[in-house]
Ligand binder design. Structure first.
Ligand code: BV8
Length: 253
């Protein structure tokens, strides 16, 4: 069956949903030009494994290397835009009550595309914080001009600044995680888009939704990573499939 053959069934479920939750991963930003974590970053960063660089240990060992990696990724994010997949999800705000987007991504593209209720499980690459959390966690610091020749220091304690993202081995922001789990436990539909399901605890979300009676729909051009819990698998790039899906939902309302 072609992926289009699953749209009508998925649209009918979403159109009758009262508590739709969306979970997104790096795949939804792929068509914006942002490499996924499974993709090797290009050029000089290709030799680095993101799970090695996105850690407190890497930052302690070589703060400048980690800072430069994030500077490179932030510059890429700033050159790119949300794609039709992000905009389609934002249109669900007007069609379905209480549609919340839970994202693993740090690019801020869902809010930029107009989604009004976004939970950023892993932070945001455009925010910075004091690595010592000297004024509480997080001690956010704005950087006016973006320094690339050195790692900026906290204006309060002169500790190193770092991106406000969750590194491997770090806890997720408690409020974000608890709210996400609570919403998923009460959802009637979970729409999963562009995630490999490799990173915990986000990877547990589809299983939690299914356990609590939600129907799970997965949009991914490669494999279905949640075979045991997915009811409808739409094997397509999200930038193509989501606009078709949301238009089909709109036609049913
Ligand atoms: C934590 C921010 C408690 C930084 C990121 C069990 C339970 C709890 C923890 C663990 C556990 N087992 C292991 C752990 C530890 C670890 C973990 O999960 N490790 C993995 C590598 C095994 N988890 C943690 O450390 C988390 N913290 O649990 O705290 C704790 C504390 C101490 C000790 C233990 C536990 C913190 C995890 C957060 C890490 N930070 N990002 C940064 O970005 O630099 S995660 C990072 O990975 C990104 O956010 C990204 O989103 C994510 C990768 O996952 P995906 O989003 O799925 O992306 P991926 O590339 O994998 O897949 C892309 C998909 O898109 C593919 O399926 C592809 O087919 C698809 N695709 C491609 N093109 C398209 C598409 N889809 C749609 N359309 C397309 N066009």
């Amino acid at each position: 069956m072609a992926w289009q053959d699953h749209i009508a069934q998925a649209a009918a479920k979403i159109a009758s949903s009262e508590r739709l939750i969306v979970l997104t991963g790096a795949g939804i930003s792929k068509e914006s030009g942002i490499p996924t974590f499974r993709d090797a970053l290009d050029g000089l960063w290709a030799k680095y494994d993101p799970t090695e660089l996105a850690t407190p240990t890497a930052f302690e060992r070589n703060p400048k290397l980690v800072w430069d990696w994030y500077a490179y990724r932030r510059a890429l994010v700033e050159r790119c835009q949300p794609n039709p997949g992000h905009y389609a999800l934002a249109q669900l705000d007007d069609l379905i009550p209480h549609c919340v987007v839970i994202t693993q991504n740090v690019d801020g593209f869902h809010a930029l595309a107009g989604s009004s209720d976004v939970i950023e499980l892993h932070g945001n690459i455009k925010r910075y914080k004091c690595s010592r959390a000297c004024k509480g966690s997080p001690t956010l610091v704005s950087i006016d001009q973006y320094q690339v020749d050195q790692v900026p220091l906290c204006p309060h304690c002169e500790g190193l600044l770092r991106p406000d993202v969750v590194w491997f081995g770090e806890n997720l922001p408690q409020y974000a995680l608890y709210r996400a789990i609570d919403l998923v436990q009460n959802a009637d539909i979970l729409l999963v888009v562009g995630t490999s399901g490799m990173v915990n605890p986000a990877a547990a979300i589809p299983g939690i939704a299914r356990q609590h009676g939600a129907s799970v729909i997965d949009v991914n051009p490669q494999s279905d990573n949640f075979l045991d819990v997915v009811e409808i698998f739409i094997q397509a790039p999200s930038g193509e499939a989501l606009p078709v899906l949301v238009n089909a939902v709109r036609d049913l309302l």
